[in-house]
Write a protein that binds this ligand. Structure first.
Ligand code: NAP
Length: 312
């Protein structure tokens, strides 16, 4: 695929995986973050820029064939920052005549009783799910108005090398490795789909290369069959060679701590994801692209290895 790939939010686990993947394929890659500092792979150019600044966004995207959004920001800044980030992404893609590939989560469906599917209506539930739904509507409207081709690539809660700030991150891998109890949200014995970051990176590249008719909609990233959180912790503990100690954080505890902790306050409205089965159906993607997701044990082993190396 000739042409430049511009990755906004290059320093997170998703952006790093995408940079590595595209650079390894010999693509021209520009990574963007506000600091301008990155441990990017050789050959990748890093630009300092804030996508909310439309001049930055347009300048950096110049010559791009594909613009990606892998940006992540703290929960308690979402309402302030995300709308401006979406405006900047659309300005970047539109001015460059580029495609926009957006790495999304699955909040936009809100609470559901059945496995999540791309054609479910967008929610108006809560603060963050309703916000994600509005963001998607804005981007897909821009697609419909021919401002830029937009595709949304959705993954459930993810894990993988470099993933720390996530339910299957530091509070499971980091704590078990330190001899502490893994902390899990909500209920231990309900099924939960986890996505593996390298599978998300691969899906982003797949969609960047896909035919035009794959655009203007969302796709779910292939993920391993769901296990319960307890089963996942047991597998992680077995890989790390430690006892699978679990401490659960039930919704009422999140609510209580949220009185003094702004991030946990934001988490409370999302506890529906951790109290009933939370399953993501990727059959649309599998029927059109690929379905050989990374087996859970393989992903957990690679993640454990990253945590081990990090702790020396
Ligand atoms: N956590 C999950 O389980 C999960 C699951 C599915 C999807 N997702 C989605 O995946 C996306 C990426 O997540 P992630 O964890 O890889 O991201 P992340 O590590 O939270 O953030 C990635 C980078 O974004 C950059 N950034 C923040 N604001 C920016 C701005 N205004 N302009 C340019 N760069 C900016 C930051 O670098 P600087 O500070 O240097 O700018 C940061 O290194 C998010 O949208 C997230 O919602 C997350």
């Amino acid at each position: 695929m000739a042409g430049r790939h511009v990755i906004f939010g290059c320093n997170g686990p998703v952006g790093m995986n995408l940079m590595e993947r595209l650079a390894a394929a010999g693509e021209e890659v520009v990574g963007v973050c506000r600091s301008g500092k990155s441990a990017a792979p050789a050959g990748v150019r890093i630009e300092a820029g804030d996508v909310r600044n439309l001049q930055d966004a347009r300048r950096i995207a110049k010559g791009a064939k594909v613009v990606y959004c892998c940006i992540g920001i703290p929960y308690d800044t979402w309402q302030d920052q995300w709308p401006a980030i979406v405006d900047g992404l659309l300005a970047a893609a539109e001015s460059a005549g580029a495609r926009l590939v957006f790495a999304d989560n699955v909040y936009c469906y809100g609470p559901q009783q059945r496995p999540l599917k791309e054609d479910m209506p967008l929610t108006d539930y809560g603060r963050k799910p309703a916000l994600r739904a509005r963001m998607v509507r804005t981007m897909l409207n821009a697609h419909a108005q021919d401002r830029a081709p937009v595709v949304v690539v959705r993954a459930s809660d993810f894990y993988g090398p470099r993933v720390t700030n996530a339910a299957l991150g530091e509070i499971v891998f980091g704590r078990l490795l330190a001899g502490k109890s893994a902390q899990i949200l909500g209920k231990a014995d309900i099924l939960h789909t986890f996505a593996y970051v390298p599978d998300l990176g691969r899906a982003l590249v797949t969609l960047a290369n896909a035919a035009d008719d794959a655009y203007g909609r969302a796709w779910h990233v292939p993920s391993a069959p769901a296990l319960t959180q307890r089963e996942v912790v047991e597998r992680v503990a077995s890989i790390l060679g430690v006892r699978p100690k679990i401490q659960t954080l039930p919704a009422f505890a999140v609510r209580m701590v949220g009185l003094v902790n702004p991030i946990l306050r934001e988490l409370y409205e999302l506890m529906y994801q951790w109290q009933r089965p939370f399953l993501v159906d990727h059959s649309d993607f599998a029927a059109r692209f690929w379905s050989d997701f990374t087996p859970l044990d393989e992903g957990l082993r690679a993640t454990a290895e990253w945590y081990r190396k990090r702790s020396g």
